[in-house]
Design a protein around this ligand. Structure first.
Ligand code: FAD
Length: 286
């Protein structure tokens, strides 16, 4: 079923994002993770593509693994940077023949160490180009990424919104946000979208705060603010990871409760393939 239909007909719920495992142990762990999280009857589950050095083949394998669960709506992520139309269409033809109806359309990032990467020489310079290819199929429901604090390459929030509108005008059906730790950025994003008459569903993307140093590194790359009160609290327990995780998870629970109290009924979790943390959060908020 198409995710935009699921979102329309579900009053509330959660979606879960996984990354493709690289080892047999990782495969077993992903399978156990999905098994555990299935009980929440997810709106959908998604699988990242190429992020953190993963390969296309790993994503395809992991997507097939999710499809084996039968009763889950599965959405592969797909990045288009550096790809030609033939490769993209081959991938999409494959997904279509597997019965997949939803794809998360992303530009992706230039290969490591290529800061002067020339986007304009490629078939696909922006995610909006991929959205257009997907919509030509007249088959896929398309998700796109949006950025509560603006994408790191955007010169301003206004410019960020103008380019977001291009993705939506190209046919995007729903959006998932970049991680954020201060809900004010999410509410402000919704307001900016509303001012531009962009009216698609926007799922808040929640990354549980566990290892503050790791999250800080990642947050710096993608322009995400971590409020200083929580980093200070967590950093005090740098040498006690269990306590640090406990404080972080409590913070994420508070963050989710605030979203719910402000009328947000559907939340997307970046699970990092760690089911216990997600379970602890969901059990506390529902
Ligand atoms: P775009 O929408 O193309 O935007 C990228 C930049 O280009 C922005 O600054 C935008 O403002 C600008 N821009 C857009 N259109 C134009 C235009 N017409 N002219 C000039 N500038 C323009 N990465 C992975 O590799 N694999 C994943 O699985 C993955 N999953 C993700 C899931 C989520 C929920 C999110 C938020 C991000 C994910 N990413 C993933 C990261 C993503 O690939 C990066 O953030 C990437 O830098 C931008 O991708 P995009 O699709 O937002 O690109």
């Amino acid at each position: 079923m198409k995710i935009n239909e699921i979102l329309k007909h579900s009053e509330k719920g959660f979606s879960f994002e996984f990354f493709p495992p690289k080892t047999e142990k990782g495969r077993v762990s992903l399978s156990n993770t999905v098994d555990l999280l299935k009980k929440y009857n997810p709106l959908y589950v998604s699988m990242t593509y190429g992020a953190g050095g993963g390969s296309q083949a790993q994503t395809k394998d992991a997507v097939s693994m999710l499809l084996d669960f039968k009763d889950l709506e599965v959405m592969p992520h797909l990045t288009c940077i550096g790809s030609c139309e033939k490769d993209i269409k081959q991938m999409l033809d494959g997904y279509k023949s597997q019965g997949i109806e939803n794809v998360m359309a992303l530009r992706g990032d230039p290969p490591m160490g290529q800061s002067n990467f020339n986007f304009s020489t490629k078939n696909y310079a922006h995610a909006s180009d991929l959205v257009r290819t997907l919509k030509q199929y007249n088959h896929f429901c398309v998700g796109v990424a949006v950025y509560p604090e603006g994408h790191i390459e955007s010169k301003s929030l206004d410019q960020d919104m103008d380019f977001t509108k291009k993705k939506v005008d190209a046919g995007a059906d729903f959006a998932v946000t970049q991680m954020f730790f201060d809900n004010a950025y999410y509410y402000a994003l919704l307001e900016r979208m509303s001012k531009k008459a962009i009216s698609l569903p926007v799922l808040p993307g929640i990354l549980p705060l566990t290892d503050v140093e790791k999250v800080k590194q990642f947050a710096a790359i993608c322009r995400t603010t971590i409020p200083s009160d929580i980093t200070t609290k967590m950093e005090k327990f740098r040498h006690n990871p269990v306590e640090m995780e406990k404080i972080g998870v409590e913070y994420t629970i508070k963050q989710c409760r605030d979203l719910i109290n402000n009328g947000v009924k559907k939340i997307h979790f970046f699970t990092l393939n760690k089911p216990e943390i997600i379970t602890a959060i969901i059990d506390a908020i529902q």
